[in-house]
Each structure stands twice: as C-alpha cells, then as structure tokens.
Design a protein around this ligand. Structure first.
Ligand code: NAD
Length: 500
C-alpha cells in the first residue's frame, strides 16, 4: 500500500471526533446550546460539529485556570515543569498520527507538509522551551554606592491566567509556540483556537492531561471572535495577559478589549513580506527559495513572500523560473503522495483572494501564472481551491502590492539599484519578514539589517532557531516571542534589593 493509503486506513481507525468539545478544568465540558459545523476545505463536506462556548463557559474556564494557579501547579519548580514539557513532547510523538489526522482534516494541507512542519514543530516547541526555561538564570547586579553595597536580583513570576488566541493557518504550531513557554513559566492558559481549526487544540488537551498537566492548567473554549468565545475571553476581567496571533485588525480589537485593565499583550500579526533578488544571486537556489516562500501552505504563512523585487538584469529569468514552479505545483487530496499543494482554508477566504485576483487585473497586471480557480473534478470542486498566481506590471501603489492577500500569490517588480530595492521593500505599513537573495556577503548583511522587519533572512526563508526573537514591527505586531523573549512576556519580574 502507498503511504497515502496507509494514512487513510489509520485515519479511518481513529477518525477525527465527530463532536469537538470544550475542555475546562481537566475534562470535556457538557454539551452547549450553540454550535457550528466544521467544513472541509478539500471538498466542502462537514467533518465535525463544534460546541460553541458562551460567556458562562468562558467564565468557568477562566475560574478553573485561576484555581489551578493557586493549586499544586503554583508550587512546581522550573525543573519539574521542564520535565513535564519533555513528557508532553514525547506524548505528541506517540500520538502524532492522530494529531496529523486532526490537522489535515481541519486545514486540508498535504499530509507530508503537516507531518514535517506542524506536528514536528509542536513537539519541538515543547522541547525547545523545556531547554530555555531550564537554562535561564536570574538577572542580578552587585550595586556599589558611596559607603556600601547592595545585591539586586529579579525573580520571575508567572503572569497568571493567559488567554491564547490563535489562527487557522498553522494551528498546532502556533498554539504550542505560545502554550509551551506559558506553561514553562508556570502560567495557566485558556486557549481559543480558530473556529476553522478546532480539532488539534482539543486533542492536545488529552495529550497534556495524559502527560501529567494538572486540571485547569490548559483549557480550551471554542467559538468565533466578536460576540462569541474570543471576545468573551479577551475582555474577561480574570485574564492577566493575552497572547494573540492573527490579523492586524483583530489585534487592534483585542488591544481595545485589553485596554480597560491595562493587561499586557503579545501580538504576532499580518505581513506583506518582501523578497529582494539581486543580479548576483545564485538564481537556481533563489528560484527554489522563492517558490517555497511564496507557495508554502498555499501562501497561508504569515512569513510568506507576496512582493518579489528583482534586479532588472535578471527579472525575466526569475519571473519565468518562478512561473514554471507555480505551474508544476500539484493540488489534490492531502493524503495523496503526489499532492504538493492544498486548498485555501475556506470558501470565504477564497472569495477574499479572488477579489485581489480581480483587482490585480483591473490594475493592469500581467498574469504570468495561474489567475483563477483550477478544475479539480466533481469530487473536489466544492473545496476552496485556487491557482498559484504571479503578476508582473503592477504599480507599487496598487492595493494588491500594499495589502496582505494571504494566498499563493506574489507581485514581481523590477528595481535597478540596491538603494531603490531597500526603499521599495520598506515602503509598507507591515514589518514582519524579508528575504534577501545575493552572493555578495557584505550586501547580504547590509540589506538585511536595513529591512524594517522583525526577521530578515539571507539566502533562505523560514529557517528558524526557536531561541531567536520572532515578531514584527508596524502593523505586524507588538513584542517578540522565542527563547528568553517568550519568558519575558509570560513572566513578571520582581526585583529584590538587599543592602549588604
Ligand atoms: P483572525 O485575526 O481572523 O483570527 C485569529 C483568531 O482570533 C481566531 O481564533 C479568531 O476566532 C479570533 N478572533 C477574531 N476576532 C476576535 C475578537 N474580536 N476578539 C477575540 N478573538 C477574535 O486571523 P486568521 O484569519 O485566523 O489568521 C490569518 C492571519 O494571521 C493573517 O493575517 C496572518 O498574517 C496572521 N498570522 C500571523 C502570524 C505571525 O506570527 N505574525 C502567524 C500566523 C498568522
């Protein structure tokens, strides 16, 4: 049997839960009055019924988290929590196939991608933060003043009850990226996964409980944003901090919800990321890298490139190379080993992407790849399929070049000088990531450092060291997570000064 058939059999054996429940205080909550269907982006069929949490269930989740903070969890040592995180990672590895089924069922992404990226990183996040928290010491200073000395040292305390709001694009990766350091730091969490991807966060509750996470430390509430579980949670007076990944406009709404009680927020938001290709770049490697950075996860990664600036001498070569790569992508069922690209997350999101495809044509773009909906056949035509699409000839002022599309699309724009490339790349309200392609060492460093972004890559993209700072500037976010930067958000220091 092929790998795809194996997966199908395993998936049939375990299947994804038909009802996806809220998880509060260490157990699944009773049925709620409200609920909604989870629809497969692959073929439009309903895959599960999701129980929607209202205000009272969110209240209970926050109370359970508060109670757990004052229980035995509050007395755990850093070493104990680091060991627990490692046990969670091992348990994720053991139940990886079930998590894979949940993630693939929710997102429709190819099994191979979910396995290598999402599931591997879920376990990796817990291991990384076990290492980080175990290795991080206290800030301390020996202070000398006329006539004496004092010892200053800062102890880290958990923030408290942390609300974790995450999107649908890399559901388990982005969730564990926040939950791992939050738990490592001794917090309790109430998680609100995206309404479009409820399964993985729910299964993770079982995994954490099996690994020994005490009741109430990890709670999950399902629902939408405004008027639903998201708003109830972010405006809840019992929440001590909010960590959010998603759209910039949602970040703005959440910031307003956090304002009355001045609670800290950590925001990883949208992007309109640039790639800068210089004529001296290794073009084979560059086109490979660009293809990854534009099309990975059907362009639905916050770090994906949507603006490609190419030095004029190599513009045609890069454009045709990338167009060939776009045309070679194979959409299809996630479990089919021949599939190299999945659908968008939903038909609603496809409408948004299609509106930009239309706008690009109105703005005079030349479509050099894709440009519409692929014919997938009767079984899959109900899914949210889209063609990987590339444009040339767009003006820098076009909304297509300025706004985040969040699909497998990019505008290619020529430049002449390094100075011009830097100016164009930085001419945006966003500031998440950039990639510089060049074989000139000095130029690589110089241009990367001038990028007004949180992360700049040189001759690569999305290569991560989980200890390094991750986040964005401008509309792309507030604060940094990663390594000790995460610990800084998920803890509050108390400085103690002792006169000696
Ligand atoms: P979204 O903002 O629509 O939703 C994210 C989450 O917020 C969901 O769980 C949603 O239910 C919830 N939500 C929505 N409105 C809310 C409100 N008023 N109060 C509380 N919660 C609310 O984002 P999305 O469409 O799920 O995700 C795609 C976006 O996420 C893109 O803009 C992408 O760039 C961004 N993203 C950023 C990063 C990063 O690290 N910077 C990573 C991944 C995705």
């Amino acid at each position: 049997a092929s790998r795809g058939e194996d997966f199908l059999q395993r998936r049939r054996r375990w299947s994804v839960a038909a009802t996806i429940r809220n998880f509060v205080g260490g157990r699944y909550a009773e049925d709620t009055a409200a609920g909604f269907d989870k629809v497969s982006p692959v073929d439009g069929t309903v895959t599960a019924r999701v129980q929607e949490a209202g205000q009272s269930l969110v209240d209970r989740a926050v109370s359970a988290a508060r109670k757990a903070l004052h229980g035995p969890w509050g007395d755990t040592s850093v070493q104990e929590r680091a060991r627990l995180l490692r046990r969670i990672a091992d348990r994720i590895d053991e139940r990886a196939d079930e998590l894979l089924a949940a993630e693939v069922s929710d997102t429709g992404k190819p099994v191979s991608l979910a396995k290598e990226l999402d599931i591997a990183r879920a376990a990796g996040n817990f291991r990384a933060f076990a290492d980080v928290v175990a290795a991080t010491g206290l800030d301390s200073y020996l202070t000398e003043f006329p006539g004496g000395r004092a010892l200053n040292y800062a102890v880290r305390k958990p923030l408290g009850v942390v609300a974790v709001i995450v999107p649908w694009n890399l559901p388990l990766l982005l969730l564990t990226w926040k939950v791992a350091p939050a738990l490592a730091s001794g917090n309790t969490v109430v998680v609100k996964p995206s309404e479009l991807t409820p399964a993985g966060a729910t299964l993770l509750a079982e995994i954490l409980t099996e690994a020994g996470v005490p009741d109430g430390v990890y709670n999950v509430v399902h629902g939408f944003g405004p008027g639903s579980a998201g708003e109830a949670l972010t405006s809840h007076p019992g929440v001590d901090g909010i960590t959010f990944t998603g759209e910039s406009s949602t970040g703005s709404a959440i910031m307003r919800a956090a304002a009355p009680r001045v609670r800290p927020v950590s925001f990883e938001l949208g992007g309109k990321n640039a790639a800068l290709v210089f004529a001296d770049a290794d073009l084979g490697k560059t086109v490979d890298g660009l293809a990854r950075s534009v099309f990975t996860n059907t362009g639905q990664v916050c770090l994906c490139t949507e603006r490609v600036y190419v030095q004029r001498e190599v513009f045609d070569e890069v454009a045709s190379g990338l167009a060939e790569r776009a045309a070679a992508l194979r959409p299809g069922r996630p479990e089919d080993p021949a599939t190299t690209t999945g659908p968008l997350i939903s038909l609603e999101h496809r409408e948004k992407v299609l509106s930009y495809l239309k706008l690009a044509e109105q703005d005079g773009a030349k479509v050099v790849a894709g440009g519409g909906i692929p014919a997938m056949g009767p079984e899959l035509d109900g899914g949210a399929w889209i063609e990987p699409t590339l444009w040339t000839g767009l003006d820098h002022s076009s909304r297509v070049v300025r706004e985040e599309v969040f699909g497998p699309v990019a505008a290619l724009i020529p430049f002449d000088t390094e100075e011009e490339a830097v100016t164009l790349a930085n001419d945006t309200d966003y500031g998440l990531a950039a990639a510089v392609w060049t074989t000139n060492l000095e130029r690589g460093h110089r241009v990367a450092q001038r990028m007004n972004v949180g992360m700049a890559w040189v001759n690569t993209w999305f290569l991560r060291d989980l200890r390094s700072p991750f986040g964005g500037v401008g509309l792309s976010g507030i604060g940094r997570e990663g390594g000790t930067h995460s610990l800084d958000f998920y803890t509050e220091p108390t400085n103690v000064c002792v006169q000696l």
